[in-house]
Every structure is written in structure tokens, then in C-alpha cells.
Design a protein around this ligand. Structure first.
Ligand SMILES: [Zn+2]
Length: 153
């Protein structure tokens, strides 16, 4: 196994998985000191999760949660009522089909985000990253939207 690449997202980073996780932690720390990134933090996290299914989407529920939240950030402007609906809908026992994730085809990773030091271009790249990952899940857009529609007030 090539230890210089994250096996999930393909980021070029030392120590593969763990190194990639450290990049995410680095990003999280940066958000604390660069408050303009705060509104994008959760979207970035859902994006990161949808690139690292083995760690963050181990159940159909967690998969659905991150997928629909990503949909919400991009298509519903992060509407709080939609996010609440997603949270409520996945509370407790929920029967969901085993997800069939697409073949990974990532153009951006957290390593690219970390590399951009200026805030404005970084914000832009985070949005692009989220869009790219969402597009990889194109065949699951309809079920994600349908889930949101059924569960919003
Ligand atoms: Zn990774």
C-alpha cells in the first residue's frame, strides 16, 4: 500500500489515512482562527465524510445523513429547517437500504483546501470541493432530495 496517498480521497499526504485525518484536524484548527470559514465548516465536513466512507459512513444512516446534508448545503442554502428535518428523520431506528456508493472520482481533497492560505480563495475552493463531491454522487441526487422533501416541515 502506498503510504503517501490517502486510500479514500487520494490526497497526497504522508501516512495515508492518518495523515489525511491530520489535514482535516489542521483545517478545523484553522477555522477557529479564521472565522470567515466558520459558515463553511459543516459543509466541508460532510464533503470530507462523503470522501471517507469507511470512517464516517459506516452505516446506511450515517451515509444518508452526510449525503442529504451535503445536498442541503448546496441546494437548500443550508436551511436550518432542512437540517433539522434530516436530523429528526434519522433519529432512532431507521430502515434504509445498503447504499451503493459511486466509484470514487475526486478532483479535490482536503489537501488542496489546506494549501490555499488566503481566506477568499479558500472559501471558493471549499464550495468547489463540495460541488465536485456532490456531482460524484449524481445518481443519488434524486433519492437525497426525496428524503429531504419527505422530512422537511
Ligand atoms: Zn483522505
Amino acid at each position: 500500500m502506498d503510504d503517501m496517498v490517502c486510500p479514500d480521497c487520494g490526497a497526497h499526504v504522508k501516512y495515508g489515512h492518518n495523515g489525511c485525518r491530520k489535514l482535516w484536524d489542521e483545517f478545523s484548527v484553522r477555522v477557529l482562527s479564521d472565522t470567515r470559514l466558520v459558515p463553511l465548516r459543516d459543509m466541508a465536513f460532510d464533503t470530507y465524510c462523503m470522501q471517507h466512507l469507511e470512517r464516517y459512513c459506516t452505516s446506511p444512516k450515517s451515509y444518508m445523513a452526510h449525503l442529504t446534508r451535503l445536498c442541503c448545503w448546496l441546494e437548500f442554502k443550508g436551511d436550518g429547517r432542512v437540517l433539522d428535518g434530516i436530523r429528526r428523520s434519522l433519529d432512532g431506528t431507521v430502515r434504509l437500504p445498503i447504499p451503493k456508493p459511486p466509484a470514487p472520482h475526486w478532483t479535490l481533497t482536503v489537501a488542496d483546501i489546506i494549501a490555499v492560505k488566503d481566506t477568499e480563495p479558500c472559501m471558493k475552493l471549499i464550495r468547489q470541493w463540495a460541488e465536485d463531491v456532490w456531482q460524484t454522487y449524481a445518481d443519488q441526487h434524486l433519492p437525497a432530495r426525496e428524503w429531504i422533501r419527505m422530512n422537511r416541515n
